[in-house]
Design a protein around this ligand. Structure first.
Ligand code: NAP
Length: 257
């Protein structure tokens, strides 16, 4: 059974590990190409956009894909919208791994905003030291609040985008550790953390560290992602694929034609 995994997340990498070497499936992992050196994966991998919904439909048809797993990041809503539309048109089964959002806990000082632009405005007029824990694509919004000193942590250099004048970069990728995050926030005298509500364990330590140090977190709300069959883990995706395989009428096997 041919599977397309839309990836770029820990869950997609976990599913790739589960599927590697399982000859019941012919999986292909797809990455957006947002990072210059993505982590090596144990599955055949393609990188880059498909060219909108029509491009994705053509790709799925050309590669005789039988099922799609959307394991994209909670904020990658366009890719998910395209997957839902293309799978509907082609009548392909689609399942979506949906990572639970972080919930506010006692002691958290979250300022919830709807976008990066609203996040920049929420920092206020007074100059502050701000830790931007965002993808490089969201950083441009902070050019509108040039009064602050920013420290941005990204995987790769930002490239050619508008940036606030006073910004320093730290290049790193998770998983992170709470004690080190707390030491970093204290040493840099951070007054605000700006984050997406990515969920999961890998990037949560900065949220826990901010709580411990009583630092407000400007939390950018999640988009409302359309989805297929909702699943909560790579293991659940594996079970879904096995069930699909078990219930597949032999006539739909493209390998037999
Ligand atoms: P997006 O806005 O949903 O997608 C934009 C376009 O990128 C899609 O229309 C598609 O291009 C292409 N694309 C996205 N995911 C793809 C995949 N897995 N395989 C092939 N093409 C893909 O997503 P985004 O621009 O990547 O990111 C949006 C938000 O998610 C940002 O906040 C970003 O920081 C966050 N995020 C993304 C990733 C990631 O790996 N993508 C990881 C962590 C965080 P076509 O229309 O040409 O097909």
């Amino acid at each position: 059974m041919r599977i397309l995994i839309l990836g770029g997340t820990t869950e997609a990498s976990e599913l790739a590990r589960l599927l590697a070497g399982d000859d019941r499936f012919e999986p292909m992992l797809s990455l957006a190409g947002r990072t210059v050196s993505p982590k090596p994966q144990p599955l055949p991998t393609r990188i880059g956009g498909f060219g909108g919904i029509a491009g994705l439909e053509a790709w799925l048809r050309d590669h005789a894909v039988d099922a799609v797993i959307d394991a994209t990041h909670p904020y990658a809503d366009q890719m998910s919208r395209h997957a839902v539309a293309a799978c509907q048109t082609l009548a392909l089964p689609l399942a979506s791994i949906r990572r639970a959002a972080w919930l506010r806990r006692d002691g958290d000082r979250w300022i919830e905003v709807s976008s990066a632009e609203a996040g920049a405005a929420a920092l206020g007029a007074t100059a502050a030291r701000v830790f931007l824990s965002l993808g490089r694509l969201e950083l441009a919004a902070f050019a509108a609040a040039p009064q602050h000193h920013y420290i941005a942590r990204t995987i790769d250099p930002p490239g050619d985008i508008a940036l606030p004048p006073d910004i320093r970069f730290v290049f790193d990728r998770g998983p992170f550790d709470e004690a080190k995050e707390a030491a970093f926030l204290a040493q840099e005298r951070i007054g605000f953390v700006v984050s997406k509500n990515s969920g999961g364990a890998a990037t949560y330590p900065k949220i826990a560290a901010a709580r411990r140090l009583n630092i407000p977190v400007v939390m950018i709300a999640r988009p409302d992602k359309p989805h297929g069959v909702a699943l909560d883990s790579a293991d659940a995706a594996m079970l879904w694929l096995e069930a699909l395989l078990a219930h597949r009428p032999p006539s739909t096997s493209r390998r037999s034609v």
